[in-house]
Design a protein around this ligand. Sequence first.
Ligand SMILES: [Fe+2]
Length: 484
Amino acid sequence: MVDKSSPLFDFAPYLGQREEVIGLIREFASHHAFRSATVEELALEEDFYRRPLRPEDLEFLQFKKPVPAERVSRLPALATQRLLLSLNEVGVARLPRLDVEGEFARFDAFYGERNQVLGARIRPFLEHYGFAFLGNEAQRGEAATTYVERLGSVIDDEKAFWAEIFALLVRNNYLVEGLRFIMIQRWSLAPSRRVAVERAVASGYFNSVMGDDRPDLATQTTDALLARVAEFVGVTRREHSYWQFYLPTSMAKSNLLYALGSRPDRAFALLGAAFVAEAEAIAFSAALAEACPHLVSPGVTHADATAAAERLVSRFARALVQMESRFGGEGIFRTGQGVAVAEKMAERARWDLGEQLKWLSALERFVQFAEKIDKRIADECPDIDRETFVEPRDMCSTTHVHNDHRLVVIRSRGEAPGAPQMWFWGNLGMRHEMKEGDKVLIPDGRLHGSTVVCEECTYDQPIIPEEWIEELLRGLPARVTAAA
Ligand SMILES: [Fe+2]
């Protein structure tokens, strides 16, 4: 029997609750811990209770159509995943730090009943809204071997992606900076992925699989390797100090595990998804071992990583045999659903991260594009849609994305000709200085923020048609932008 009628996520039944839940979302986000960031808060001091959500965006986000697969990097997805990671982790204990003023009050406020209850009320709506695109790729009646092959494909696809990304970063002379951004996605969010699975394990979710055949998100060799690389690129603070640099799809991977782990009826799906999460971790370690052997040694070798991948696939096959013998085809289907949603999530995350790194690693090129586009605006459509901002010193925008392609064009002159007006960034440690007349192109969905560094900065953001961007990118040599 083929049955496509039972997706894990389906937003349709929640649409009717929209107005009520949007009110609750705004209420949740109005908590002091979730206010927008100040200029000093670009990276946080290991402050688990501080998560800038840009609550001002929630005044206009509509939450009408669930996030589609091709828009996982846009503002509704970013806001949803930031909200979900915050509300999921009001159930994760981080005890207060010593000698930090007001820490106990913030500890109490973050974990208080208000956040617990509001979080629980908005969670189903946000999960179905943010994950409906993961669809229904698994079907009843598919053999266990299908899912074993799919897990193998995830490892191959991830390894191929990382190989291309590392080659791109080397070509664009952006390896250390690019790795820094990557480690924020992989290393800083690893504890969130792990706790989502481990507390479900403690609640008996994987009891039908023998201990040695379960997914393992805490292998020590992988941790040691990642810790070394993270330290090398300056990602040394604990979660969530680099909160502003999480891509929506990176948070979505943690939130997906939390979503599946929050309800025992999703135990089968969590099993499949956790195997995919481990596959991603193994593939990343293998790619690191190949790309940066000097950082890896002494530790995981490429051969070790390849063997780990083979062991994982065998372990998954054994787990499925156990599930099938106990639960038959329904057990395979439900576990396969978890593989399928996590597989699709992994693919979308590769795309999102690839686009961010293509942009960051070739920023000078996007400055040149901005010059060309600005001339074209002057020649062809001087009245193009644009927003103009006038901002005082230290005005800082919490990192965000736009749903369209935009230029930033600095109009004001500042105290003296050539004086810096704004710092613009899209990565930890990045500070792209902009003065009068400077421009940069921000493609839609690219994470960025800025700070005004003069008395008053005036800048325009013309909104650029998709066709213009396509024309420009067609003119690029493939090796500059190539990624998976
Ligand atoms: Fe912006």
